[in-house]
Design a binder for this molecule. Sequence first.
Ligand SMILES: [Mn+2]
Length: 256
Amino acid sequence: MRVHVVSDVHARADALAKAGDGADALICLGDLVLFLDYDEPGGGIFADMFGEAAAVRLIELRTQRRFDEAREFSGGLWAGLGAGTPRDHIERAIRQQYADLFMAMPTPAYVTYGNVDVPHLYDDYVREGITVLDGQTTTIGGRTFGFVGGGLRTPMRTPYEISDEDYAAKVAAVGAVDVLCAHIPPNLPQLVYDVEARRLERGSSALLDAIRDTQPDVVLFGHVHNPLARRTRIGKTECVNVGHFRGRGTPYVLEW
Ligand SMILES: [Mn+2]
């Protein structure tokens, strides 16, 4: 059995279309949408709407952790759009990305949400052969897989951030599995520190506790685009950041 795993696709529909070549199934750990492109500020929904210079400015403010100023800056731009609410503008752009990505996605695919995803929009684009799982399990090639989507609260206020309590409830709902899949890493410093952004992203302590308690064979996640460590071991459990698919364009391979 060979499964290809991607995360942080961020609108790479071209590479996503080929990500299942040679695999029995595809797993996607979320972050399909590209809102702000930290690597190429001219890309993404924000730059499409307000231009590259505005995107550079917003990235600068966020990188300097000036989150209140960042919100004030982007709020002013949204207000200047005039007719229609900002929500309408951004939802149209996100819908276009989901339409392209779910069309390109190889099947069978098992998908969970990232912190920049908008779960309530999925129903309009998910098609035959694509299964969306969040706080749920499934069996792939005789092994049980658990999926925990979304991120935890941050000052960035990305669309799918939930409370630590709600996140822990999803981890508990998944329970003991062979392979545990999440968007964010277990909360270990070497897994949550981004060496490019030079900051700690949010990892989950509930995931970490569950790994220690239930010892899955493998834990797969993404979210941290340039982690200090790509993998680590917790007891007998191999923990792997499957990589920033937008940047790499190739999937992580899991075989058994
Ligand atoms: Mn991401």
